[in-house]
Design a protein around this ligand. Sequence first.
Ligand code: ADP
Ligand code: SF4
Length: 665
Amino acid sequence: MRPKSHDILFEPVQIGPVTAPNRFYQVPHCTGMGYGLPRTLAAMRGAKAEGGWGVVNTEYCSIDPSSDDTPAPYASLWDGGDVRNMALMTEAVHAHGSLAGVELWHGGIRSSNGFTRTRGLGPQSLPVYGDPWQVQAMDKADIAEYRRWHRDAARRAAQAEFDIVYVYAAHTYLLAQYLDARINTRSDEYGGSVENRARLVLELAEETREAVGSKRALAIRIEVDNEDGSDDEKVALFELLKGGFDLFDVTVADYSQEMGVSRFIKEASLEPFIAHVRKLTAKPVVSVGRFTSPDTMASQVKRGIVDLTGAARPSIADPFLPQKIREGRAEDIRECIGCNICYACDGRGVPIRCTQNPTMGEEWRRGWHPERVNIVQKRDKVLIVGAGPAGLEAAHIAGKRGHEVMLAEARREVGGRLTWETKLPGLSEWGRVRDYRLGQIAKLPNVELYRESRMTAADALAVGADHILVATGSHWRRDGRGRNSPVALPLSGGVMTPEEILLGAIPLGPVVAYDEDHYVVASALAEHLVSRGIETAYVTDAGVVSPWSAYTAEQPRAHKRLREKGVTLHFNVILQSASPGEVCFADVYSGVQTRLACATLVPVTSREPDDALWQELKHNKHVRRIGDCRAPGIIAQAVYDGHEAARAIAAEESDLEIRRERVVV
Ligand code: ADP
Ligand code: SF4
C-alpha cells in the first residue's frame, strides 16, 4: 500500500499552457545517442514515459551547425529531417500521456565544432574547451543571427510536437557565458550590468514564446547559487527573468556537485543552494538531487522547495520508479548508485549504459524492456556459480523468466567484489547493486540461494542442471602485470591486494598504492589507508589521480581529496620492481629511475579472472561464463553479462536479435 504521504507526488502540475500528469520530471540528460540514433533514443525515452515520468526531456539539442559538440553525441533540430527524427521521441512519450520537452542548446565557447568546422561564437574571443583554437567574438549581426537560429529551432521544436521548450542558460554554455560577468566583458548593451547580461536571455524568452505558440510551455534552465545561496546579483537576475518563463529548472554552477558521484555527494545535496528560488516565483520549480527516496521527494514538495522532482540518473537506473511508488512498491526501486557510468558514455561518445539497469539503451537495439522479460514455457534447471553482480543479475532474470534457479556462493556474504568495494570511502551506495537483486530474488520462490557453497566442477555437474553459468569473478593481481608490463615484475617485500586490505588486513606503512587501473580503486584505497593513520603514497603512470574518472565527473574531487588527506602523490612513473623497504619506478618519458620507501606495495594494475571452474567445465555445451571471470571489468559490464546470459537461456532466435541503427543509402 502506498503511504498517503506519497500522494502529493501524483498531483498534476500546471506548466503554463500544459499540464504535467504528476511531479516526476525527467530533466534533460545526455545519452550518448544524439541525432544519430533516433529510434534508439525514442524507445529509451518512451520507456521512461511508460514507467510514469510525467515529463520526459531530450538531451542538449543543437539549434544550428554553428554549435556542434562532436565527438560527444548531441541531439539536433537543424532541419526537417531532425524534426521527423525528434518526432519519434515525442510520439513515444505522448503515447503514455506524458509531456515531451526539448532543451535548445548552443555551446558558444564550449563548442569545438569538430564536425561542422564552423567557427564557434562567444561573447568574447576565448579558447574553446580542450582545443587549441578560439571562438569568434559575436558582433551585433552575429547576435541577430543567433536569435534567428534559436527562433527557427523553436519553430521546428513545435513542429516535432514538443510540449515544453527550453531556453538553456546553464552549464557554461552560450547563454550562461553571457550571464557570467567574467566571460562577458562586452561594452555594448549585452555586457556590463546584470540587466545587460540578461538581455539576450530575455530576448530569447520573448521570441521563443512567439515561435512555439500559445499551446507550449517555455522553460529555463539556470544556475541560481553562488554556493551559499546569498548572491545579490543572482537574486537580481532572477527578478529580471521570473516573468518570462513558465517553469524554472534550477541547478548549481558546480557540475561535480549537481552531477556528483555518491563517493562525494549524497542525495538532495542541491537543496541548500536552490531552496530560496521557490519563494521568488509563483511558477513551478524543478531541481535534481539523485532522488531515489519517495519520502525525500514528497518532503521537498511539501516543504515548498520544488514543485516537480527532477531526475536524470534515478530515471536511468529505474525508468519505472514513478510507477513503483504509485503502486506502493518502493522496495522494488532499482536505486541509482551514483557511479556516473551513464554520464561517462557521453564523454566517450558511446550510447548510454547503466550499472544498475542493464536494459538502459537496449530498448530498441535488443528489444529489452526495463521490467518485463519473456516468461518461459518450459522451466529449465539453471545453476549459477558465484553471487557477485553477474551471478545475482543472472539469477534474478532467469528466475523472473520462470526457470528453476540455484545460485551457489562460496562465501557467507553475498555480493562478490561489492563485499570489499563498498568498504572504500564513500562507496557504500554501490551495495545497492547487490541489495536490489537480493530483494528481488527473495520474492521469487523458484530461486534458491546457497551460501557457503563453493562448487567444484564435479559438484556443478552433479546438480544435473540444463544450464550452468559460471560467475566466479576475478581478483587483483599481486605480480604487477598490467598496461605497462604484460609479464610479472620482480616484486619482493610486502605486497598486498586491495581486497585483502579492505577485508581486514592491516598493511605496514609506508604504503605505496600504485595505479595503472586509472579508475576508482587505487585512489579510494589510498584515502582509506591515510584516514587510518597509515602513511600512504599514491603513484601512477598517469599525469593525474584516477584519470578515467574524468569521464564520471569525479576526477577533480578525487585528486583534491587525496591532497587534502595528506596522501603523497607521484605521477608519470612506471613500476619496475619492489624489494624489502623500497619500490623502484621509471619516469614515463625519460626512463630515469626513482626509489620510494615502501613497507607495503599495493599494485592496482590488472585482475586475474577466477576461471578455474570454467576451464574444467567449458567442454560441456550447456556451460557459459559471465562477468569478471570472463573478462574483468566495471560492475556495469558484469551486470550486463548476467542479464544477457539469463535472457539467452532457451531463447527464441528472434529474442537474440541485435538491431543496428544506421543510415542506409
Ligand atoms: P562478477 O563481477 O563477475 O559478478 P565477483 O568477483 O563480484 O564477479 O563475484 C564472484 C563471486 O563468485 C564471489 O562472490 C566468489 O565468492 C564467488 N565464487 C568464486 N568461485 C566460486 C565457486 N567455485 N563456487 C561458488 N562461488 C564462487
Ligand atoms: Fe546511477 Fe550509475 Fe546508473 Fe548512472 S550508471 S544511473 S549513476 S547507477
